[in-house]
Design a protein around this ligand. Sequence first.
Ligand SMILES: *Cc1c(COP(=O)(O)O)cnc(C)c1O
Length: 452
Amino acid sequence: MPSDMSAPERRERAVRAAVEQGVVGPGTPLAGLLDITGIRASAAALRAAFDEVTPPGTPVLHAFAVKATPLVPVLRLLYAHGGIGAEVASPGELALARAAGVRPADTVLDSPAKTGAELREALALGVAVNADNLQELTRIDALVKSAAPAPSASPASPVGLRVNPQIGGGSIGALSTATATSKFGVALRDPGAREGVVRAYLDRPWMTRLHTHSGSQGLPLELMVRGVAAAYELAEEVNAAAGRRQIDTVDIGGGLPVDFASDTGTPTYADYARLLKRHVPGLLDGRYGLVTEFGRSLLAKHGTVLARVEYAKTSGGRPIAVTHAGVQIATRTVYAPESWPLRIAAYDAEGRPKPGPTVAQDVAGPACFAGDLLAENRPLPLLEQGDYAAVLDTGAYCMTAHYGYNSLGRAGIHGFTATAGGVRFGVVRPPQTFDEIVAESGGEHADALLDF
Ligand SMILES: *Cc1c(COP(=O)(O)O)cnc(C)c1O
């Protein structure tokens, strides 16, 4: 689907068409829109960036971090058109990847809390597993032995170990996974840890991968590169100790930060890949296979939440637009607005951009607590009743990371393409029904507490 329209232009057209075609309206005051053209372009850019810095034939698996946008049609689009597999971190995410047709060989299971049953399933399927810690490796040992008791038993899945290079955190503590005391991976700089990791590899000749992921959003590229470099150095050390190329693949995780302040789309995958090439050339010279696990950077910019302004009021002199987009679609923004500011664009009741002048106003959500604000004192063209607020860059960790406060239903999500011929929408996920909300709230068990 070639399109020479810019991303903001496609978005403008999609908003207008969503109103015209009834994707949003008085009866459906909230919807998520996903720009299919943009998603495909990001997938292509990711592949091109690593192709540019590795010799032809280097095995590179890009595995989309499913938690960023856990939607089966999105996983399928990335897989079918972008050749992008899936990084899953829970049994539910694994089920989504399988429903999307992602082959086990293109799937990677991470997670700090895998149960024995989850590990057994992943190994039986042939899904790559990155163990988080040495206790988990012991569990994998037992599964490998029980599946094939021969002395040289080895799992059909590639198995790796996640290490925490303890290089420090970025600007968002909750998303920094390479701090001294992070809960993820084996903390490499702790006393004796490095030796223990090398020994763990030597004891398990079938363990061929090494994994690190230093954090998500808020990490400078230089810090991400330092984390990858630490993993590479460890892989070299293990291989030297083993006297062979035991570790054949390094999984460098995801974490490319997204610019939530503009439409520039920087830093790019090419920026990151070139920086890796400059600072960790040995990792990219073709001796190692690579796995990447990007999430936010593939999807965030391609999502827009469109919310109708139900009421417009003033309080203490401040204009407030009461919309249907709040904590349920942008939980982090509502609870940690300093770390997660989102751009908001104002449209009129026909879906046309509202002209200025701007007025400082609050853009509020529907939830019943005072802090449910997507923007506070934000200069925007004055939003009025029946207008629409578009919450930009919400394609990852927002519209699909639903928060069930007030039993607010999950919004419908629609993919779109915008071309000179018009805008076409396709349902990715219908809005949640009240029956579904009742069912997940124990509706089938209404009398459960009466018999005591
Ligand atoms: C969340 C996560 C990712 C994806 O991070 P992004 O910032 O969305 O790219 C990748 N790998 C692991 C292990 C993760 O936990």
